[in-house]
Write a protein that binds this ligand. Structure first.
Ligand code: AMP
Length: 210
């Protein structure tokens, strides 16, 4: 099964991608994680992407389309995949179509902007393994230390309040039109993000199974 998770930054796409990944045993692919890894390793790709990411802007289409194409060509994607954070623009969705990728469902997780602000400004991520926490809703056992690998948990540069506002603006301008794009193909399923993440996960799995 080939799935796309759509939603604003901070809507919980990453968490839901993990839930579906465990349920269907297909890989979750996050272009954001691939790019962050490249920045961390100081590769050419990382150098090109960093300034866009830090300011909350999107990395140019041709760069992310190339990354995605390579990634879904890998062996573990033969039985399907979940895309988390791609496509983010209509040209990216069209590129996916042109690659001949058949998408089964697009799950759109809806969360109000105010809630997103609250979630992202409280989010902490492990600088080493990328595990995600929240100072209120999902704190690590020991403050500032990752439960999984012992790395340091930090506020992502793009989770500073002003940058969150920019990212939400970019989402509404450039990514939200994808709802119409996939509505027209009959692939869009809307899931309302719930207060309790377990409730959102239940709705997401129901949408996957439907
Ligand atoms: P994310 O972790 O998905 O919120 O992505 C973090 C940042 O990586 C975004 O704010 C963008 O700068 C960049 N990024 C990730 N995926 C894409 C994409 N599909 N298109 C353009 N930029 C992306």
């Amino acid at each position: 099964m080939n799935l796309i998770l759509l939603g604003a930054p901070g809507a919980g796409k990453g968490t839901q991608a993990e839930v579906i990944c465990n349920h269907l045993n297909i890989p979750a692919i996050s272009t954001g994680n691939i790019l962050r890894e490249a920045v961390k390793n100081g590769t050419q790709l990382g150098l090109e992407a960093k300034s866009f990411m830090d300011s909350g802007a999107l990395v140019p289409d041709e760069i992310v389309i190339g990354i995605l194409k390579d990634r879904i060509g890998e062996d573990d994607c033969q039985n399907g995949f979940i895309l988390d954070g791609f496509p983010r623009t209509v040209p990216q969705a069209k590129a996916l179509d042109e690659m001949g990728v058949q998408i089964d469902k697009v799950i759109d997780i809806e969360v109000a902007d105010e809630k997103i602000m609250q979630r992202l400004s409280g989010r902490r991520v492990c600088a080493d393994c990328g595990a995600s926490y929240h100072i209120e809703y999902k704190p690590s056992k020991s403050e500032g230390v990752c439960d999984k690998c012992g790395g340091e948990t930090v506020l992502r540069k793009d989770d500073h309040p002003d940058t969150i506002k920019d990212r939400l603006h970019v989402y509404h301008e450039q990514t939200e039109p994808l709802k119409d794009y996939y509505q027209q193909t009959g692939k869009l399923v809307v899931v309302q993000g719930q207060e309790d993440v377990a409730d959102t996960s239940a709705l997401t799995l129901k949408a996957v199974e439907a």
